[in-house]
Design a protein around this ligand. Structure first.
Ligand SMILES: Cc1ncc(COP(=O)(O)O)c(C=O)c1O
Length: 380
C-alpha cells in the first residue's frame, strides 16, 4: 500500500538536527517523570505500587480507573464504557478510520489540519473531499459548505478543534450547525480535540463532539496540552456501540497500552485540572509575548486571534515562500518553524508559517527575534 510521507514530520525531523530554538513543535510545557509522579504522591510511592507487579499485558481498553478519569473531562452522559484508551491520539484517529471506513466511502475533511488526519483515509480506499476553510473565518467551516459536499457515500466528517495550525476554536454553535447537517444523513463526525483545554478565556466552554452528538467520535491524548507525549496514552470517546466496534479492531492492531504508561497516565488525568491551569498560565503569558512582538514587527501578522491550543499561524507581509524562511532560519540561526506549504500543498499558505509557543518565555523571545532578524535580512 502506498502512502505519502508525512510532510509535517519531514520538517520537524529535519529541524531537530542542531536546533536550539525549536518553534516547530506543538507540545505543551513538557513534564519530567519526577514532576508528574509528584502529583501522585512522589516517585517512591509510585515505585512501591508497581515494583511487585508482573510485566504483563495492560488492560486492553485501558484500566477502569483510567477510563473513569478520562470520562470525567466530558459531560455526565460519558462514562468509562464510552472511552477506549489507545497508544496516542494518532492511533485513536487511525482506529476510527479503520473501524468505520469501507472502500468507496467518502470522507469530508475540514482543512487546514494536521497532515496524518488527511493522509490515512485513502489507505482504506475511501475518497477524501477537502473543505478548505479560510483564514478570515479563523478556519471555522460553514455548515452549508459541508452540506454541499455530502452524497449518499459520505461516511464521515473530520474536524480538528481547536485547530492546528490556527489555534482557533469552533464554538458550541459552530459545532451544532455541523451536527445538524451530519445527523440528517447519519454521518459520523470524528473530531481531534488534542489541543483542547488551555483556552485564554476560561469562560469559553465549547463542548466535545462526544457530548454533542451520538455519532460523534472525540480523540485526544496526553501528548500536547498535558505535556507528556512520551507516555503513549491517547483515547477515543464516543457512543457505547461505536466503542464496542472499535474494541474488536483494537485487539488486532495494538491489543493494549503499557501498564506503566497507563499508571502514569492515571496520575496525569486525576490531576488534569491542575495541569491545565499550569499549561494555561504559560499559554496566556506566551500569547502576550507573541502579540507584543508582532506590534513592533511590520513584516509579520497573526490573522487569527491567539486564544487556544499551542500554535500560532503567522503570515508574512509579502510573497515570501516560507520554505525559504524556514531553511534560512535553520541554517543561520538554529531555529525551526513549520512552513505553510505543509498545510496546503496547492500553495494557499505559502507565505504563512506555524510556530509552537509553549517553550520557556526566554527561549520563545530569542526564537521570535531570530525570525525577525532573518526575515529582515531576506530580499523582497
Ligand atoms: C491534531 C493532532 N492530533 C494528533 C497528534 C499526535 O498525537 P499523539 O502524539 O498523541 O499520537 C498531533 C501532533 O502534532 C496533532 O497535531
Amino acid at each position: 500500500m502506498q502512502i505519502e510521507a508525512n510532510q509535517s514530520n519531514l520538517w520537524t525531523t529535519v529541524s531537530k538536527k542542531g536546533v536550539r530554538w525549536n518553534l516547530s513543535q506543538s507540545m505543551g510545557r513538557l513534564f519530567s517523570y519526577v514532576e508528574i509522579l509528584k502529583f501522585g504522591g512522589g516517585v517512591e510511592s509510585f515505585i512501591k505500587k508497581i515494583q511487585d507487579e508482573v510485566m504483563s499485558y495492560g488492560p486492553s481498553y485501558g484500566s477502569g480507573e483510567l477510563r473513569d478519569a478520562i470520562a470525567a473531562i466530558y459531560g455526565s452522559d460519558i462514562s468509562w464504557q464510552s472511552v477506549l484508551v489507545t497508544a496516542g491520539c494518532r492511533k485513536a484517529n487511525f482506529l476510527a478510520y479503520y473501524t468505520f471506513l469501507e472502500p468507496g466511502d467518502e470522507v469530508i475533511i475540514v482543512t487546514p489540519t494536521w497532515w496524518p488526519i488527511m493522509a490515512i483515509p485513502p489507505s482504506f480506499s475511501a475518497r477524501i473531499k477537502f473543505l478548505k476553510t479560510k483564514v478570515e473565518d479563523a478556519f471555522v467551516p460553514d455548515p452549508d459548505e459541508i452540506r454541499k459536499l455530502i452524497t449518499d457515500k459520505t461516511k464521515m466528517i473530520v474536524l480538528t478543534n481547536p485547530n492546528n495550525p490556527g489555534g482557533s476554536i469552533m464554538s458550541r454553535e459552530d459545532l451544532q450547525g455541523i451536527v445538524s447537517v451530519a445527523e440528517k444523513h447519519g454521518i459520523w463526525i470524528l473530531c481531534d480535540e488534542i489541543y483542547k483545554g488551555i483556552e485564554s478565556n476560561t469562560s469559553v466552554h465549547f463542548p466535545s463532539i462526544a457530548d454533542l452528538y451520538d455519532r460523534g467520535l472525540a480523540t485526544n491524548s496526553l501528548s500536547k496540552v498535558v505535556g507528556i507525549p512520551g507516555v503513549r496514552i491517547g483515547w477515543i470517546t464516543g457512543g457505547k456501540a461505536a466503542i464496542e466496534e472499535m474494541k474488536i479492531r483494537w485487539k488486532y492492531i495494538c491489543f493494549d497500552t503499557s501498564i506503566l504508561d497507563q499508571s502514569i497516565g492515571l496520575i496525569a488525568m486525576t490531576n488534569y485540572n491542575t495541569i491545565m491551569d499550569l499549561q494555561r498560565n504559560i499559554a496566556v503569558k506566551n500569547r502576550q509575548i507573541i502579540e507584543s512582538w508582532l506590534e513592533s514587527e511590520p513584516l509579520i501578522t497573526c490573522p487569527i486571534r491567539l486564544e487556544a491550543g499551542t500554535t500560532a499561524f503567522l503570515q508574512c507581509h509579502n510573497d515570501m515562500d516560507t520554505r525559504k524562511l524556514a531553511t534560512a532560519l535553520l541554517e543561520k540561526s538554529a531555529t525551526s518553524i513549520v512552513p505553510g506549504i505543509v498545510y496546503d500543498n496547492e500553495g494557499a499558505f505559502n507565505n504563512f508559517f506555524r510556530i509552537g509557543y509553549m517553550s520557556e518565555a526566554e527561549k520563545l523571545e530569542e526564537g521570535i527575534n531570530n525570525i525577525s532578524a532573518i526575515i529582515h535580512s531576506m530580499p523582497g
